[in-house]
Design a protein around this ligand. Structure first.
Ligand SMILES: C[S@@+](CC[C@H](N)C(=O)[O-])C[C@H]1O[C@@H](n2cnc3c(N)ncnc32)[C@H](O)[C@@H]1O
Length: 257
């Protein structure tokens, strides 16, 4: 006997809507056209710590609320942020949830979309330019290059559980490695790769504050990356690139018109 699964009543659709918008690396010039349109029409913008003031200025008709984790302030839980969006949708508002880079890459965009849909909120995702690709590009580093690398492996450097098993198994030199959220762990990451057979002379780079006026690029070797004598001073946010492609780094300009 086959049983028809009990139908769950679909959640009641709320009058408002949420756009999960990728803000790119920071410079509002790198927002997509759709992101600019959603900001222009927004009535509430919930933004993360890496959002630029200039991006918020594109939403003049909206209330701007920071949901960033801040030192000295109790962080808002993910549940709380979702509850704020559900509440706004219940009040019929057009909400923009602005996230750095792309919402789906280490940005909890998927979790938020699932929870909102479950609560009956209409949701869209507006993809953004991820810093995993934009930061190297802005530093003049192509993540693949004919004859040097035809593959890219991206990892979160936040905790060894996230990157350890992948980096341990990666054949030395077989791909370009891009690490997000990894500046604090760069000694361990470099040590791990060295243990797995990556030569100390493998080119490596760190791009900090990509696309912003204070963008800085350090380039050197995997050995030096591990010795922590790369970027000094304020260290967040930054992207690490490891692989031969760093050696073909080309000085580029940003044309302002
Ligand atoms: C929580 S993750 C979010 C990643 C984002 N969703 C993306 O697609 O780029 C935050 C990390 O993104 C990277 N990041 C974000 N903005 C950056 C920028 N302007 N320059 C360099 N790295 C950046 C850093 O590695 C930072 O630790």
């Amino acid at each position: 006997v086959t049983r028809t699964p009990e139908r769950q009543a679909p959640p009641r659709r709320l009058p408002g809507r949420v756009s999960l918008v990728g803000a790119g690396p920071g410079d509002p010039d790198l927002l997509t056209g759709r992101a600019v349109a959603r900001l222009g029409a927004a009535e509430l913008v919930l933004y993360d710590g890496l959002t630029s003031r200039r991006a918020l200025a594109l939403a003049p008709g909206a209330a701007h609320v920071s949901v960033a984790r801040r030192v000295g302030r109790k962080p808002l839980t993910q549940d709380r942020v979702i509850a704020m969006m559900v509440d706004a949708a219940r009040r019929g508002l057009r909400v923009v949830r602005l996230k750095s880079g792309d919402p789906g890459l280490l940005g909890r965009g998927g979790e938020e979309a699932q929870a909102l849909v479950r609560a009956g909120v209409r949701v869209e995702v507006v993809p953004g330019l991820s810093t995993a690709l934009a930061a190297p590009a802005l530093a003049g580093i192509p993540v693949t290059h004919r004859g040097l690398s035809a593959a890219v492996v991206g990892v979160s450097g936040h905790a060894a559980e996230g990157y350890g098993a992948i980096l341990d198994r990666l054949t030395p030199g077989s791909a370009t490695i891009v690490v997000l959220m990894g500046l604090g762990q760069r000694t361990s990451i470099a040590r791990r790769l060295r243990r797995a057979g990556w030569p100390a002379m493998t080119p490596a780079a760190i791009i900090v504050d990509a696309s912003r006026a204070r963008q800085r690029v350090w380039s050197g070797t995997l050995g030096a990356l591990g010795r922590r004598d790369g970027v000094t001073g304020r260290e967040q946010p930054g992207v690490i690139v490891i692989g031969d492609v760093v050696a073909v780094r080309t000085p580029l300009e940003v044309f302002r018109s």
